[in-house]
Design a protein around this ligand. Structure first.
Ligand code: FES
Length: 157
């Protein structure tokens, strides 16, 4: 198995410094801030959070694995979500997923080796009128035609 990216402990320590020691009720917020800073929750960060907030390591892992928004695996700079809800599926979303496999060599749940993109598939995001929909970071890309997604991602529209 290939080693993941180096863990940015400086960034993690910076986040810890913004939360008072022993503030057990800040656990979720602290984990959110760490993930925002380094894009996932490395083991080192989980241990540091447990130590800083003085909560059992098991509790930190329980919270980190309970919320779907947290990732224990390194993720790309841009999280790309392809909707595979019924409307998007009918309108070609599976081919959009194939575009990632052919163009970037990644499937759902995987990250490009340059850490640029992580691909996720999701259920209906409530924007069926825009189907098929891809969400790149915070941006909704509407009516994504097969064979166009990688170009649209690079242009950001
Ligand atoms: S099915 Fe994709 S937004 Fe509803």
């Amino acid at each position: 198995m290939a080693a993941g990216p180096a863990v940015d402990m400086k960034a993690i320590e910076g986040v810890l410094g913004n939360h008072p020691r022993g503030a057990t009720d800040a656990l979720v917020h602290l984990l959110q801030d760490i993930q925002e800073a380094v894009n996932y929750l490395p083991e080192e960060a989980i241990r540091a959070a447990a130590d800083h907030l003085e909560v059992p390591l098991g509790k930190v892992y329980a919270v980190a694995t309970f919320y779907k928004a947290f990732s224990l695996k390194p993720r790309g700079k841009t999280i790309v979500k392809v909707c595979l809800g019924t409307t998007c599926h009918i309108r070609g979303a599976p081919v959009v997923v194939e575009d990632f496999q052919h163009g970037l060599g990644i499937g759902p749940g995987e990250t490009t080796s340059d850490m640029k993109y992580t691909l996720e598939v999701v259920n209906c995001v409530g924007a069926c009128a825009l189907a098929p929909v891809v969400i790149a970071g915070e941006k909704y890309l509407a009516d994504v035609k097969p064979g166009t997604i990688l170009k649209r991602l690079s242009k950001g529209k």
